[in-house]
Design a protein. Structure first.
Length: 180
């Protein structure tokens, strides 16, 4: 891979200054919501991130619970978020460190028992374990010391990895409206 075309330090410098001057400025609320789709199709849905107007992601039920397997299931999207966050974080940290990446591969997998989702007994509904593997090669790093430092930094600053590891409070509200 060629050296970074983007000067991440230059881009982040004014952000750091602003966040130092105004501690409320870096506090962001991310929003993703459902997007209207065919309510007669119980196997598919669409979701839209507020941060990118016009973008829609299709998702659906996994084949293990009756889905068609034609679109990613929500757990696929969760794993994709982890992979995307880890890779972007690695790329940004490498650029900040002035490291030239030769190769980069991130993958994630999870263990899940579909019986929980199908209400077949006392089985867990959620994913039981997630494994994320990252492989990176840095130019001019024969001993691997720079790559090791890069991986430690990237692991530390990956938002999705940190969220999954630490867990966060999740509030859930369900409202049922009566239709005459």
């Amino acid at each position: 891979m060629p050296p970074s075309r983007v000067n991440v330090r230059e881009i982040q410098a004014p952000l750091r200054e602003r966040y130092t001057a105004d501690p409320a400025a870096p506090l962001v609320t991310l929003r993703v919501g459902s997007f209207p789709s065919d309510l007669a199709d119980p196997l598919h849905c669409s979701v839209a991130p507020e941060s990118v107007p016009g973008l829609r992601w299709r998702s659906g039920a996994h084949p293990a619970v009756g889905g068609d397997g034609d679109v990613p299931c929500s757990a696929d999207l969760l794993l994709a978020a982890l992979v995307a966050c880890q890779e972007t974080t690695l790329r940004m940290v490498a650029a900040n460190m002035g490291l030239e990446l030769e190769s980069l591969e991130v993958s994630a997998e999870a263990d899940w028992d579909a019986r929980g989702t199908l209400a077949m007994g006392a089985y867990p509904v959620g994913l039981k374990t997630i494994r994320c593997a990252t492989r990176v090669s840095v130019r001019d790093d024969a001993k691997g010391e720079r790559a090791a430092r890069l991986l430690r930094s990237a692991e530390r600053y990956c938002v999705v990895l940190d969220t999954l590891r630490g867990g966060v409070p999740v509030e859930s509200e369900f409202v049922v409206e009566q239709v005459p």
